[in-house]
Design a protein around this ligand. Sequence first.
Ligand code: OMP
Length: 259
Amino acid sequence: MRSVDFLEALFRPPLVLGVDPRPELHGREPLAHIRRYTLELLEALASRLAAVKFQLAFFEAMGPEGQELLWELVSGARVMGLPVIFDGKRGDIGSTAAAYARAYLEAFPGSALTANPYLGLDALEPFFRAASARGGVVFVLAKTTNPGAGFLQDLEVAGRPLYLHLTEALAEAGEAYREGPWSRVGLVAGATAEEAVLAIRALAPHAPLLLPGVGAQGGRPLKGPGLLNSASRALYYPGGRPDLEAALEAAEALLALVE
Ligand SMILES: O=C(O)c1cc(=O)[nH]c(=O)n1[C@@H]1O[C@H](COP(=O)(O)O)[C@@H](O)[C@H]1O
């Protein structure tokens, strides 16, 4: 039996803490402060979260020490039994995708990775296989929160937007990776576009849905099976700075809308 499985996140409180650390908000020894603040936050919030989502770009931007910090925080979350999402939006030809899959889904069994579908389904298969073998989940971008997302995602093809064609194809591909009610092929749908979330859910009833954009980007949390509401700045920097007490209050306020 596997000791950790990301699908368990779907049975926890439906809130994801996004960790996107900005060193300029952490004083004179920023990395040490980020380490301490994040671990305290995770400890205080662990039982109230579905998962923690580490945005890889912010750690990469801190150089080699940032990478080290990331691994320490990932280890901390795992020790606390908190499921981890690596937000890397990876996507490349199959052989390279397989290397990304090794780096995240295989090295950290029971975790999730965000993926970019632009290269096609064959390029996503290594992620799906690794997730399936190691108790993970892949969240594929379907409908994103950025203002220009519609340029490709809403493109009308055969009478409906491209993101729904993608959703249908991924729901079909995800059937091979379904265990009970949930597939290991999940989708990302911005909480900023509620109608799109509902349309995606209708076409992909077995896909776990990651809903970013809660709070800072104007999205509000949505309630429903398999919906994971994700907030980064609104939870990690409530009021624009690190603040443990305010973060706990923000988490409870968001959860009150969906529990
Ligand atoms: O995959 C994501 O998490 C994601 C997808 C998307 O469509 N929009 C989006 O904002 N995100 C990520 O979610 C986080 C949003 O941060 P906040 O706006 O501070 O909550 C960032 O880490 C983004 O990279």
